[in-house]
Design a protein around this ligand. Sequence first.
Ligand SMILES: [Zn+2]
Length: 138
Amino acid sequence: MPSTRLVHRSEFCAAFRLNNPDFDEAWNAATFGVCNSPHFHGHNWQMEIEVEGAVDPDTGMVLNFLHLDKLVQAEVLQPLDHKNLNIEVPFLQGVLPTTENLAACIWQRLAEVLPEGVRLVEVRLQESASHSVAYQKS
Ligand SMILES: [Zn+2]
């Protein structure tokens, strides 16, 4: 049975600090560099959500993009955009907000709300022109 993939692109900006409290200041400074700044700093993440499913013969769609917009908005952008990830986001409490960990959390949130028959394929987060993360969960 053929399947079709959709890609949804968006972006969000947030402040954060990478710091693992299980290690001392020197280890954190050496490991996370400028991202360990005690006064926080910001990144702009470009996000791509890829989903897959069969095209519904009645609608001609896998999933209405307007529906996907609403899910991404409610589950990811509204909770993260222009927030401090260390302080303001309940589902990131206790999570070291690396791009790898953010991608996994975003996957978890979206996987729970996608309609039946639509499968999450990959969450891609680009944190800078040269660095991006692709997360998949089998
Ligand atoms: Zn940084």
